[in-house]
Design a protein around this ligand. Structure first.
Ligand code: ATP
Length: 225
């Protein structure tokens, strides 16, 4: 395969704010496959409540089933303890061989990249595709990341051709898609209050949440207990 993308996240739950930018990235970079990678125990969210992996994985599988180029990996559930993205990415590269690998993250995550475990190695393992989150973008974003990264950053318009990078250096592509201001935190809060999230997640995910009584008082899962 020529280009494979990986998209890591807690996906608690997966929502259209993940899926719409993922489709923009898939189409712009022409990935052969885009692999969603639900995290097992993210080190930066230790101690915070998290819905069991099996539920989060199932919801991502439902949300991605209509697109043949989307895959879901349970690789993070194969290890115990906190899982670092850099270690997961090394394993993923071996499992999904390609000429070029890309790792997707939102601009809020990228603004904190300097705090990630072995972030320099992480940025050498794959090109980065930064998705547009309305909370941080442009000059403000550039000012928050380690200064040495600026020369590697390129802004990419949706559906514009992205030629292969020259040389060995991995690039950081800022994908200038329209923002989709949806967050899992807001969704969980709406569900806790008994409000609907129909318009913010695929119908299969909405039905799964209702069926398993996720994210509500007295329901199944960590948030509901
Ligand atoms: P939470 O509110 O629980 O922190 P989240 O909605 O940010 O969750 P995550 O599963 O933590 O979702 O996100 C996985 C990745 O997707 C992160 O890199 C995050 O920045 C990115 N992301 C999440 N929501 C959006 C969005 N609306 N637009 C673009 N990127 C997003």
């Amino acid at each position: 395969m020529k280009r494979v993308g990986f998209f890591g996240g807690t996906f608690d739950p997966v929502h259209l704010g993940h899926l719409a930018p993922a489709v923009r990235a898939l189409e712009t970079f022409r990935f052969d496959k885009l692999v969603f990678v639900p995290t097992a125990q993210p080190p930066h969210k230790l101690g915070e409540p998290l819905t069991p992996f099996a539920h989060r994985f199932a919801m991502v599988a439902l949300a991605t089933q209509l697109n043949d180029q989307f895959l879901v990996s349970a690789i993070e559930a194969e290890r115990s303890g906190p899982t670092y993205t850099v270690d997961t990415l090394r394993l993923l590269r071996d499992r999904f061989m390609a000429e070029q690998h890309f790792f997707l993250m939102g601009s809020d995550s990228f603004s904190e990249i300097g705090t990630w475990h072995h972030w320099e190695e992480l940025l050498d393992l794959a090109h980065l595709v930064v998705l547009h989150r309305e909370t941080v973008w442009g000059e403000e974003l550039a000012a928050q990341v380690p200064g040495g990264l600026r020369s590697r950053m390129r802004t990419v318009e949706v559906l514009r051709d992205v030629p292969d990078a020259e040389g060995a250096q991995r690039l950081i592509y800022l994908l200038a898609h329209e923002p989709f201001p949806i967050s899992a935190t807001d969704l969980r809060e709406r569900l806790r209050l008994g409000l609907t999230i129909h318009e913010l997640v695929p119908p299969e995910v909405d039905r799964y949440i209702v069926k398993h009584r996720l994210y509500r008082q007295g329901g199944e899962g960590v948030y509901g207990s």
